[in-house]
Design a binder for this molecule. Structure first.
Ligand code: ATP
Length: 233
């Protein structure tokens, strides 16, 4: 089966500083992949390179049969990649509903709309007219996920969605994942928490100093392998 998204010898730079060194990665339709790694390992840089926020060379990122490296972020969303950014980045002056509607601008057909997002996270229906800033951190994360789903992506990318949230809230959010992936959507989750990453994913990539230090099936990787790949010890 050919990959939905593939990176080939992907490199990334901030000026003269090289942050990624030849990253080879692939995700297939319906898979949930976790990307883990310590602070500064290159996880966000990897996501930025896929979503066009950081310029990648054309053939280094392949989505379906098309090279998308270096393509503008808006065009990449229209092709079916949506991102839940680290820190959620909601529009503070807009209501929950308005934030969700903004996600639909790509006008891609599919199962996700205001009704289905509110069915997934019923609290968003209750709070639809509230300013997004009036919501708790967990509820804001639900808005950010809902906004990304509204573009009906084929690949959903979640950057550290558990950051700063209580474990019970993290569980509530990840409990929604099976409903999100039920229709065959592929998901990349970036996580600092290895336990959560292993639990929610089929396969896992660990990054260290801008390189992939380990990859494998999440339920087969041992604690020792993971600590070595994560911390380099
Ligand atoms: P975190 O978990 O803290 O978000 P990360 O694994 O996502 O870490 P990146 O943010 O991708 O790591 O950072 C990878 C490397 O690139 C680090 O050495 C970081 O200091 C550097 N870096 C990240 N953003 C920039 C930038 N805008 N300018 C210069 N260097 C940067």
């Amino acid at each position: 089966m050919s990959a939905l998204l593939k990176t080939n010898d992907l490199t990334a730079f901030y000026g003269d500083f090289q942050a990624l060194f030849g990253v080879d990665f692939e995700i297939h339709a319906g898979e949930t992949i976790a990307v883990i790694g310590a602070n500064g390992a290159g996880k966000s840089t990897f996501l930025k390179s896929i979503t066009g926020l950081l310029k990648a060379s054309k053939d280094a990122v392949q989505f379906g049969s098309e090279p998308i490296g270096g393509m503008a972020p808006g065009k990449i969303v229209k092709r079916g990649i949506a991102m839940v950014p680290e820190g959620r980045r909601l529009f503070p002056s807009l209501s929950v509903e308005e934030n969700l509607l903004i996600g639909g601008y790509a006008k891609r057909p599919g199962p996700w709309n205001l009704q289905t997002v509110c069915k997934l996270f019923p609290i968003l229906k209750e709070r639809r007219n509230s300013p997004s800033t009036a919501l708790s951190g967990g509820q804001q994360q639900m808005v950010a996920i809902g906004r990304a789903l509204m573009s009906n992506p084929t690949l959903l990318i979640c950057d550290e969605i558990s950051l700063g949230l209580a474990p019970i809230v993290v569980k509530e959010i990840y409990d929604a994942m099976p409903s999100i992936t039920a229709g065959g959507l592929s998901v990349i989750v970036v996580e600092q928490d290895v336990g959560t990453a292993k639990q929610v994913s089929n396969r896992l990539y660990c990054m260290q100093e801008g390189k992939i230090s380990l990859t494998g099936k999440s339920d087969q990787l041992t604690h020792d392998q993971l600590s070595k790949a994560y911390f380099g010890i």
